[in-house]
Ligand binder design. Structure first.
Ligand code: JJW
Length: 445
C-alpha cells in the first residue's frame, strides 16, 4: 500500500535559535533569558548551555547543503530577538539582522521556503529585568521587534509564526520553573499567558497593516486528551486538563474567549489577571493557519494533589521515547480531527513532531535509528489518515533537523534527523533522514 500526500504538501524540518545557533555573544547579540538561566547552577542537565550548541551561526551554509540533499521543501527556524534588539528595545543591531537576511537569501536561493518563528523562548534578559512577559511593556517591545523583522524580511518569507508553544513559555517557565525565567507562581503564569496572547494579536495586526503577502499563524503545543476511566471525577479532570492545555490559547485566538468553565475555575481561585477592554478583539485577529506541535497524548485522571487543575497524566504502558513520552500515533489523528471539527476546517500545519532516542554512531560511522524512523512512519500514517478524512493539513515539520540543546535537558536528548557530534561539530545523516528524504521525493511512502 502507498500513501500519497496532496500535491504541494510542505515537507519540512524545524529548529529554534537558542537550540542550535551558539555564538551567544557575537556580533552585538545581547543576553537572553536562556543565556542567563542555562548558566545558573543546577538548571540544565550537566550544566549544558547554548553558548556553542550546533554552531549553526557559523555553519548555516553547510546545514543548508544538507537540507538540499534531503530535498526539504521548507525549513522552520526562529529569530533570536536579542540579536536584533540586544537590550530588548531601542535601536536595532544591523549585524543581527544581517545573519537572518543571509540565511533567508540562501534558503530561497536553494528552493527552500523559510518559515520564521518570531518568539521561540529567548526573551532579551533586559526585558526580564523589568518583569518579562508579566509586564505589558514587553508586549509593546515585541510588536516593535516584529515590525522591524517584517520590514527587513516581510517580502521574502512566506510563512510566519508569532509564538512557539506559549503554553510552555507561560507554565513551564513561570509555574513549574523548569524553563527560563524559572519563576514558580501560577498567577504570574496566567498573566504571562494573557500578555503573550495580546502580543500575538498585535503582531498579526502589524503584519496586516504592512500589507505583507505571506501567511501568519501561531504554533500551539497540544495533546489529545482521554480520561482514564468513565467515572465523573476522571472525565471532569480530563475536560479541565483539555481546556488548560488545548483551549487556553486556541480559544482566545480562534474564538475570542477563554474557555468558560476553566476561566470560572481560575476565577474562583483568584488567579485570573485583569483583562483590559479590547484585549480579546486584539487576540482574535484572523490568522491564516494554526501550527500544531504534537509528540504524545494525555491519559488523564483526577488528582487533588495537583493544584490548581487537579488532574494528572498517567502511564498507560505504551512504548516510550527518551523523553518518557508514550508513543501513540493515533493521538495525532484524533487531535487533527478534533481541531478540524472545533474550528470548522481550519488550515493546519504540523509545525513539530518527532522523537528523542539514544542514538549511537556504529562501527561504520552510521546512525541506524529505526526507532525514530518507525515513529515518524506511524505518525505520518495518521496525518495521512486525517487528510483522507477531510482535514486541511498543508505541511509537516519534523522536530528536529539537527540534534540540539533540548532546554532543561541540555544535550542529553537527541531529536535530530541529523546526528551532531558536539566535540567536532560533524553532522551525520541518520537512517531516518535518508528515509524522510525518500518520503519527500515520492510525496508519500
Ligand atoms: C514540558 C518539564 C514538570 C520542544 C516540559 C518540558 C517539567 C511536570 C520539545 N518543543 O525542543 C514540555 N518539547 O523547542 C519546542 N516540547 O516540562 C522545541 N515540549 O515538567 C522542542 C519540556 C516540554 C517540551 C519540550
Amino acid at each position: 500500500m502507498r500513501l500519497n500526500f496532496p500535491d504541494n504538501f510542505l515537507w519540512g524540518a524545524a529548529t529554534a535559535s537558542y537550540q542550535i545557533e551558539g555564538a551567544y555573544r557575537e556580533d552585538g547579540k545581547g543576553e537572553s533569558i536562556w543565556d542567563r538561566f542555562s548558566h545558573l547552577p543546577g538548571k540544565t542537565f550537566g550544566g549544558d548551555t547554548g553558548d556553542v550548541a550546533c554552531d549553526h551561526y557559523h555553519r548555516f551554509d553547510e546545514d543548508i547543503e544538507i537540507m538540499k540533499r534531503m530535498g526539504l521543501k521548507t525549513y522552520r527556524f526562529s529569530i533570536s530577538w536579542s540579536r536584533i534588539f540586544p537590550n530588548g528595545g531601542g535601536k536595532p543591531n544591523p549585524k543581527g539582522m544581517e545573519f537572518y537576511k543571509k540565511l533567508v537569501a540562501r534558503l530561497i536561493g536553494s528552493g527552500i521556503k523559510p518559515a520564521v518563528t518570531l518568539y521561540h523562548w529567548d526573551l532579551p534578559q533586559k526585558l526580564q529585568d523589568i518583569g518579562g512577559w508579566a509586564n505589558r511593556e514587553t508586549v509593546n517591545h515585541f510588536v516593535e521587534y516584529a515590525r522591524c523583522v517584517f520590514e527587513n524580511l516581510g517580502d521574502q518569507v512566506p510563512i510566519w509564526i508569532t509564538h512557539n508553544e506559549p503554553w510552555v513559555v507561560a507554565f513551564i517557565g513561570n509555574w513549574h520553573g523548569r524553563h527560563a525565567p524559572g519563576i514558580t507562581d501560577f498567577k504570574t503564569a496566567l498573566l504571562v499567558a494573557h500578555n503573550l496572547l495580546v502580543s500575538h494579536g498585535l503582531a498579526v495586526k502589524a503584519f496586516r497593516e504592512m500589507g505583507l503577502k505571506g501567511e501568519i499563524g501561531i504554533t500551539l503545543n497540544m495533546n489529545p486528551v482521554y480520561p482514564v476511566s468513565n467515572n465523573d471525577k476522571d472525565t471532569a479532570a480530563a475536560k479541565r486538563f483539555s481546556e488548560f492545555l488545548n483551549k487556553w490559547f486556541a480559544e482566545p485566538v480562534l474564538k475570542g474567549t477563554y474557555p468558560a468553565d476553566l476561566l470560572k475555575w481560575f476565577m474562583d481561585r483568584e488567579l485570573v489577571p485583569e483583562i483590559i477592554d479590547g484585549d480579546m478583539d486584539i487576540i482574535s485577529q484572523p490568522i491564516d493557519f494554526l501550527g500544531i506541535n504534537n509528540y504524545y497524548s494525555s491519559f488523564i485522571r483526577h488528582n487533588d494533589n495537583n493544584w490548581p487543575i487537579c488532574a494528572s497524566g498517567t502511564d498507560t504502558g505504551k512504548d516510550k521515547t527518551e523523553m518518557e513520552w508514550e508513543i501513540y500515533p493515533e493521538g495525532l489523528h484524533d487531535l487533527i480531527m478534533y481541531l478540524d471539527k472545533e474550528y470548522s476546517g481550519i488550515k493546519i500545519i504540523i509545525t513539530e513532531n518527532g522523537a528523542a532516542f539514544n542514538d549511537i554512531v556504529n562501527y561504520e560511522g552510521k546512525v541506524e535509528d529505526d526507532n525514530r524512523l518507525n515513529y515518524l512512519y506511524k505518525y505520518l500514517e495518521q496525518v495521512h489518515r486525517a487528510i483522507g478524512e477531510g482535514a486541511n493539513v498543508t505541511g509537516y515539520y519534523a522536530w528536529s533537523l539537527l540534534d540540539n540543546f533540548e532546554w532543561g535537558l541540555g544535550f542529553s536528548k537527541r531529536f535530530g534527523l541529523i546526528y551532531v557530534d558536539y566535540k567536532t561539530q560533524e553532522r551525520i545523516m541518520k537512517k531516518s533522514a535518508y528515509w524522510y528524504s525518500d518520503v519527500i521525493r515520492n510525496n508519500g511512502f
